[in-house]
Design a protein around this ligand. Structure first.
Ligand SMILES: Cc1cc2nc3c(=O)[nH]c(=O)nc-3n(C[C@H](O)[C@H](O)[C@H](O)COP(=O)(O)OP(=O)(O)OC[C@H]3O[C@@H](n4cnc5c(N)ncnc54)[C@H](O)[C@@H]3O)c2cc1C
Length: 344
């Protein structure tokens, strides 16, 4: 049945199987090369279609590596604003190139960044995306991409199609497909595209990087005796500065709730809870954290919990040994001063 929001596209305009090639420093990540191998397999099943690759702010050497691993054509997106990764800008640039070259299939490695980009790009191109595919096939009747992935907790496999829209997009985790052999006799076309993007830089990455630098000297949350963790109640990344000061004074480290990680205030390596780290510190200070069950699951074995929160009914307060009702911006500076005084 045709989709009323996104009407069918003219499929004849779309040709080839393309791959986003993520960089890691001065080289390409293996997952992109693995996908080039799969792209070649799909292209053959499509009657010898072209295999393409897209690299943002890459080098000719990287593009040549992609050719050696199966690409016929590689587009390097050239824009000085894209030297540092930011999701919206990268997605906009990639979507522009994909929109120009019109591949019928576009594959992305399901890395942390790949997942983020895939959603942005699919949304920009108004097409579908199937995440974490474990197999990709071509339907011999319709030539549609069969996007196969586990479902219902891994008990069944679902086959998903994008029959009306192009490109057909899928993400695949690293290691699912083998990396094709490196063949230095292969040749391909390398194109440098100067792609303009809107001037709106997100602050998320630079903030996360700043904090990552700040916490780099502190021990990991799993091994520290004292963990000071911040949540959404901190209101901004600046709140974490106070947490870092306190952690340093107490010889501890800093952690975060999922919401603080999502806000970009703390790196994922610092997340505590069901989908983060499980910790067993002697002292845990929860600042601006409500104490959702998924968070509490990560601190069950803590000896002493102190919670700082203006809401006396927040679940963390019931689970704390010491519940301090109030605004952390007033309480933490006083606590830091007092500890400094006692230490001197
Ligand atoms: C499958 C699944 C897995 C999950 N895994 C995790 C996980 O691993 N870790 C995790 O943390 N969460 C996890 N969550 C999310 C969890 O359910 C909560 O949404 C999350 O823990 C809430 O984060 P928070 O406490 O920082 O934010 P909120 O729930 O928004 O709480 C903010 C708190 O800050 C307080 N506050 C406001 N202003 C101030 C102030 N000035 N000073 C002090 N306090 C203030 C508020 O009163 C409030 O209690 C998971 C959820 C799901 C569904």
């Amino acid at each position: 049945m045709p989709c009323s929001l996104w009407p069918p596209v003219n499929k004849e305009e779309y040709k080839g199987v393309w791959v986003y090639l993520e960089r890691e420093g001065s080289r390409l990540k293996d997952v992109g090369l693995e996908l080039l191998g799969k792209a070649r397999d799909l292209a053959q099943k499509l009657g010898g279609a072209e295999v393409g690759g897209v690299i943002v702010a890459g080098t000719e050497e990287m593009a040549r590596e992609a050719v050696y691993h199966g690409a016929d054509k590689v587009v390097i997106i050239d824009n000085p604003d894209l030297k540092v990764y930011t999701p919206a800008e990268y997605a906009e640039a990639i979507a522009k190139v994909v929109g120009k070259y019109k591949p019928e299939i576009f594959l992305i490695g399901a890395t942390k960044r790949g997942r983020e980009l895939a959603a942005y790009i699919a949304n920009t191109l108004t097409t579908g995306i199937t995440a974490d595919c474990t197999a990709l096939e071509i339907d011999p009747k319709t030539c549609d991409l069969l996007q196969i992935r586990p479902t219902f907790g891994g008990t069944q496999l679902a086959t998903i199609r994008t029959p009306q829209r192009r490109p057909q997009m899928a993400s695949v985790r690293p290691g699912v497909f083998p990396k094709p052999p490196r063949d230095t006799s292969r040749t391909g076309q390398i194109i440098v595209e100067k792609v303009e993007i809107a001037k709106r830089r997100t602050r998320l990455v630079s903030i996360e990087k700043r904090l990552e630098k700040d916490v780099a000297d502190l021990p990991p949350v799993e091994s520290a005796d004292v963990v000071i963790a911040g949540g959404r109640g901190l209101g901004s990344v600046e709140g974490f500065k106070l947490l870092i000061d306190l952690a340093k004074l107490l010889g501890g480290t800093v952690g975060a709730s999922l919401m603080a990680v999502r806000a970009g205030w703390a790196p994922h390596t610092r997340q505590i809870g069901q989908t983060g780290k499980t910790i067993r510190p002697k002292l845990y200070i929860a600042v601006g954290i409500s104490g959702a069950i998924q968070h509490l699951m990560g601190i069950m074995e803590t000896k002493t919990i102190i919670a700082i929160n203006p809401d006396p009914h927040a679940p963390i307060m019931e689970n704390a040994d010491y519940a301090v009702v109030g605004d952390y911006k007033q309480i933490l500076p006083l606590l830091i001063e007092e500890i400094k005084r006692l230490k001197s």
